[in-house]
Every structure is written in C-alpha cells, then in structure tokens.
Design a protein around this ligand. Structure first.
Ligand SMILES: Cc1cc2nc3c(=O)[nH]c(=O)nc-3n(C[C@H](O)[C@H](O)[C@H](O)COP(=O)(O)O)c2cc1C
Length: 348
C-alpha cells in the first residue's frame, strides 16, 4: 500500500507528523529508522522562512541530511506573496513536498491570521494554495494540513470542505485532515467521522488522517474505519518511534511486537542524542531533547524514576549519566500507555 503525493511515492502509509518543537531532523531520522516512510518538519512562519539567515536557524530548519527524504517542509502565514517566496526557499533547501498549514490553533497563529485562521475564509485560503502551487516546480507536490473547521458549526464544516475541494481543483496533491476543530485545540477527541466523510466526498484523492493516533492499534483502526490513504502520527511518536514498526507489523497481519528491552531502548535514545548533538551542537542539544526523553521513559520498567531523572538533564553528560545508571540492566521494557490492551477474545 503506497502513498502518492503527486509524483512523490511514499513506500507505505505511516508518516511522522509535523510537530513544532519536536519534529526536527533527529526526531525525523529516528522515526524513519523505525519505519516512518515520510516525515514533516516543524512548521515555519513564512516570514522567518524568507528572512532566517542565522547559522542556528539554517542548521535547525533548512539543513537536510541524505537519509531524511522524502521530507515535507511546512509553512504558515497570512500573505500569499510571502508564502510563495518562502515555499521557493524550502524547495531550494531540498524539501520534497511543500505543506501549507491551515490547522494551527494557537492564539498567536490565529490572532496573526495564520494557520487555522484561514479555515474561516476560503477565498484567501485558496488564493494562498494557488499561489504556492504556481510558485514551486511542478515536480514538487504541494499539500495542505487542515482541521475539520474553526468550530462545530455546519457553516464551518462546509467552508472546510469548500477549501478541500478548491485545493484539489488547484492541483494540490494531498491533504492531511485533523479531526479536531480550531476552537477545540487539543482537548477532546478527534472526530474520525469527518475523515470518513471527506473520504466519501473526495474518492481518488490522497488523504492522510491525523488525530488520536497514540498506539499502533489506533493506526490500523484509523485506516480501516476511515479509508484514508496515509496516517500522520503526531504525539504518539514522541518517545515511541516503535509505534511505526509496531503498526507496520500489525498491517502485515503479525501480532503486536513485544516492547523493546531496556538495552534496545538505550540504543535508540543514544542514537537520538548523537543525532541531536550533530544537528544542534553539544552546548544546545540537551534541554530541547528533555521533552523527548521524558516520553522515552514511559517504556522503561522504572518509568517514574527514569522520567524524573530525564526531567532534570541540562547537558549531554547528564543524559549519558541517566543512561549509564538506569539502562545498564537489560530488563523487559513495558509499553506503558503507548499500547492498548490486546483485544479480548469474546467469551461464550
Ligand atoms: C506540540 C505539538 C506541536 C505541533 N506542531 C504542528 C506543526 O508544526 N504543524 C502541524 O501541521 N501540526 C502540528 N501539530 C498537530 C499534529 O501534527 C497533529 O495534527 C495533532 O497533534 C493531532 O494528532 P494526535 O492527536 O495524534 O497528536 C502539533 C501538535 C502538537 C501537540
């Protein structure tokens, strides 16, 4: 089952979602090594994408390694012209896909007429999509990320479907749909029924689903229940890149894999640390890595202790000390809340 983003073919449906503050090159590369076939970078505000020249900006947001493809660069903004310049810069940097963010619900995004704000004004939203599509080479697919509307009103849902239809008419290759509204933020369930509805309305178009993919079984269930072509795994992949390999196993009809043992966890955390050191430098890499590390701790048999230890790391040496102290014995891991209980066989 491949995923087609225009001319870019993705080997299978599992993708690492764009996650601001998280989906930098190290996270994407770890996700890929566990089976994510496509990954998106953190969203960039168009103006920063145009003007950002500092060494740290370029290293964090524009530098791509050979093993980090296909990769999507994501933009949000308010001015169609600025979007086009930013999109061309991302293409020059080597991004394979340009994704336009019409989903971000943060107060600063919506207040600044960016992200989810555009779901309320289809005409300008479609102008942005058309301008970006025209601005980048035809071989580079343009895609859009949307929530199911600004709020729960029928008018909001209709505007969302209007933008989606217009996006495909203007040559966009795919849409990622998050089943929450902008007003909802991250509270409450993602309504997968909206994905099903969009699937029925746009047969033959590439749709990725997003929202509440916390376990490998959630991934299998979303594919089966909604008919989307691909899955954009977000919070469920933080500290658990094994969600990709586990979901792939389930999709092949195999049982859910056992949790990685402590030494296997240590190897992946050490790899993530090494990638972060290369990407961000020894002095700067540990504090931003902390939020990944506390999530990795969920899979450790002493998760509360390890979580607390990772929560205090300030330097590379502190991370190494936690690994040396708590990951020395190769004990069984645990999925914690990163896996659901095996469905029970029905009893007579
Ligand atoms: C911390 C955080 C940062 C996010 N950053 C982005 C982003 O940069 N671009 C984007 O399209 N979505 C972003 N999202 C939304 C996710 O990609 C995803 O659509 C959302 O979390 C729903 O999926 P989930 O319930 O499985 O986490 C972010 C979400 C979170 C929690």
């Amino acid at each position: 089952m491949t995923l087609a983003l225009g001319p870019v073919r993705i080997a299978h449906p599992l993708a690492q979602a764009a996650l601001s503050g998280y989906s930098d090159a190290p996270m994407r590369r770890v996700a890929r090594r566990h089976g994510a076939a496509y990954a998106l970078a953190e969203v960039l505000i168009d103006r920063f994408a145009v003007e950002g020249r500092s060494r740290s900006f370029v290293r964090r947001h524009l530098h791509l390694e050979d093993d980090d493809h296909p990769v999507g660069g994501q933009l949000m903004g308010s001015d169609p012209e600025q979007f086009t310049v930013a999109a061309r810069r991302l293409v020059e940097a080597g991004f394979d896909v340009i994704d336009v963010n019409f989903g971000c619900p943060s107060r600063s995004a919506v207040g600044g007429c960016r992200g989810g704000y555009h779901l309320g004004q289809p005409a300008q939203a479609l102008e942005i999509l058309a301008r970006v599509r025209d601005a980048v080479p035809s071989g580079v697919p343009v895609t859009v990320k949307m929530r199911r509307g600004l709020d729960d009103s029928a008018a909001s849902r209709d505007r969302c479907l209007e933008i989606l239809a217009g996006a495909f008419e203007r040559g966009l290759a795919a849409a990622t749909l998050h089943g929450r509204t902008v007003a909802q933020g991250y509270v409450g369930p993602s309504r997968w029924a909206f994905l099903r509805e969009a699937r029925a309305a746009f047969p033959g178009r590439t749709l990725l689903g997003s929202g509440d993919l916390f376990t490998a079984r959630d991934c299998v269930r979303m594919l089966a229940e909604t008919g989307v072509d691909g899955l954009s795994v977000a919070r469920g992949a933080i500290g658990n890149p094994w969600i990709f390999s586990s979901a792939a196993a389930l999709l092949r009809g195999e049982p859910h894999p056992a949790p990685p043992r402590v030494h296997a966890q240590r190897a992946v955390i050490a790899e993530h640390l090494a990638l972060a050191r290369t990407a961000h430098g020894d002095d700067a890499c540990a504090p931003p890595l902390r939020k990944h590390l506390v999530k990795y701790a969920r899979l450790h048999p002493d998760h509360a202790t390890v979580r607390s230890a990772f929560g205090k790391v300030l330097r590379v040496a502190d991370v190494e000390a936690v690994l040396a102290l708590h990951y020395a014995d190769d004990r069984d891991g645990t999925w914690g809340d990163a896996v659901e209980a095996e469905p029970q066989a029905a009893t007579a």
